[in-house]
Design a protein. Structure first.
Length: 166
């Protein structure tokens, strides 16, 4: 004699559906979330910091005395900015930060960068970081505001003003 079909109560069906929904939600949470939209903007800031550091290092090689010391300090500071941005990108993305390094063209390689070149690069970096900081919040906004302030202080205070020809 065949056995009668099993009977399910409404409570059993609802409990099973709830358990299935919980499993589906948990498995979806285990997937990787898309990176925040500001990742590309932070990568651009990282590339800029690395380029500024290399530019200041190259310019320092052509200078002497306090100007060379200031450029060396600026290069180290921009390298520290690059590291902080890299650390934040790793935290945000969950993987390695981009490792691109600034490259120079042959025309740029033939002419050593000047203090004015470093000032212009720092001014552009400060403006870019300040603009991005205004659109963010929390730690990232503070990080970029700090970078903007450091770049501004570097070109306005640490580096001598160019002399105007008479």
């Amino acid at each position: 004699m065949p056995s009668p079909p099993p009977t399910y109560s409404r409570r059993t069906v609802l409990a099973s559906a709830a358990a299935l929904a919980l499993v589906a939600t948990a498995s979806a949470a285990c997937g990787s979330a898309p990176p925040p939209p500001e990742v590309d903007e932070l990568v651009a800031q990282l590339v800029r910091a690395r380029a500024d550091s290399a530019l200041a290092t190259d310019a320092a090689a052509e200078q002497r005395g306090p100007v060379a010391q200031a450029l060396t300090a600026i290069a180290a500071e921009r390298a520290a900015h690059a590291q902080a941005l890299s650390d934040e990108l790793v935290r945000m993305r969950g993987d390695e930060a981009p490792t691109t390094t600034p490259t120079s063209t042959t025309a740029e390689a033939a002419k050593a960068p000047t203090v004015a070149d470093v000032v212009n690069a720092l001014r552009a970096s400060a403006d870019s970081a300040a603009e991005l900081a205004a659109s963010l919040s929390g730690y990232r906004a503070g990080l970029l505001a700090s970078i903007a302030a450091a770049c501004t202080a570097a070109y306005q205070v640490a580096l001598p003003a160019p002399r105007k020809p008479r």
